[in-house]
Write a protein that binds this ligand. Structure first.
Ligand SMILES: Cc1ncc(COP(=O)(O)O)c(C=O)c1O
Length: 328
């Protein structure tokens, strides 16, 4: 099992600070997530049914013709490698590490690539996995570029897999609407922008044949009834989505400014996190942790640190004053 952010209990034990005293900035989850519907007793009592309106809500939100809800985009990340014969698969050299791990685990040849080498590396690949924007570096590619890469790969029976877990605040950058094209696979998550990581809901958007293959592999009832109800209501809540986009836009800028003011200029990021490469990343991570602020440290390929967004005014204040202390 790989290491991930959000392991607050583990941090509480390691640093001897009670769980409730932590400010957890170790993930890219929107700290002010969607909250709304209360779940009905029937959603717990009955088996989930596909005709509950979730598919229609998701198709309207993503603008995609074919999709499959899965229990977090993680479920799709684990399934896709099982659906191909041994392939050469390009993955970002620093990215969400589950992609490389799961393709490797399924027996494929994984080729770590710097994003600047995606275009030249393509000729030698069967599958390219791109996170757009990339986590944690924030690199992003426009739809025209991605569709060109897709055309190259699909002409040889290849796939372009685009992990759009962090794209919801800039939906114009998504290629979701093109996913009826064979070999173009988009993964979406309700865990980040919607802040519903605990509900474990994500989507695979692709051609009908690929969707059927993923569905066949995963089997029935992959998402709990209450999670389906919450996901449907969140996807339909256009008012919340609009105001959240605006807030995240300004919060993302604010986080970059707070870090820059303490000489921690981010190297990259997106609305939900900022990331910086620094030789002293581990020392900063440790100093903040001793003050009860959890960040995400990456040891390689070069030491770096990722900060998620604080939620409340008090959390912002605490981050600013602690950074000031640590910088001193
Ligand atoms: C880029 C990226 N994709 C996918 C996932 C998986 O998210 P989930 O399974 O909650 O949809 C993560 C989780 O951190 C992620 O960072």
């Amino acid at each position: 099992m790989l290491e991930h952010g959000g392991r607050l209990q583990q941090a509480a034990q390691r640093y001897g600070i009670p769980r409730e005293r932590w400010l957890d900035l170790s993930t890219g989850i929107n700290p002010i997530g969607w909250q709304g519907t209360t779940t009905s007793p029937a959603s717990w009592n009955r088996l989930p049914e596909e005709e509950d309106g979730l598919l229609e809500a998701a198709k309207a939100y993503y603008g995609a013709a074919n999709l499959l809800p899965v229990s977090g985009s993680q479920a799709a990340i684990q399934t896709l490698p099982r659906l191909r014969a041994r392939s050469r698969v390009g993955v970002p050299v620093l990215g969400y590490n589950e992609h490389a791990h799961r393709w490797r685990q399924a027996g494929h040849d994984v080729v770590p690539l710097a994003p600047t080498d995606f275009a030249t590396g393509l000729a030698d690949l069967d599958v390219l996995v791109v996170s757009n924007p990339n986590n944690p570096t924030g690199e992003r590619f426009g739809p025209a570029q991605l569709l060109e890469w897709h055309a190259h790969l699909s002409s040889r029976g290849g796939w372009l897999v685009i992990d759009e877990a962090f794209i919801d605040s800039t939906p114009e950058e998504s290629v979701a609407r093109f996913t009826d094209r064979e070999g173009l696979i988009v993964l979406r998550s309700l865990g980040k922008f919607f802040g519903l990581a605990g509900a474990r809901v994500g989507f695979v958007l692709s051609s009908p044949a690929l969707i059927r293959a993923v569905q066949e592999w995963l089997g029935p009832w992959t998402i709990a009834g209450p999670s389906r109800a919450v996901a449907k209501a969140a996807l339909e809540d256009r008012v919340w989505q609009g105001s959240t986009r605006r807030r995240l836009c300004s919060d993302g800028r604010r986080l970059a400014e707070v870090l820059t003011n303490q000489s921690l200029q981010p190297t990259g990021g997106c609305h939900l996190f900022q990331w910086g490469r620094r030789p002293d990343a581990l020392a900063i991570h440790e100093s903040l942790a001793r003050q009860g602020i959890l960040t995400r440290y990456f040891a390689g390929p070069a030491p770096s640190l990722r900060f998620g967004l604080p939620g409340t005014a008090a959390d912002w204040q605490r981050l600013e004053s602690t950074l000031c202390e640590v910088a001193r």
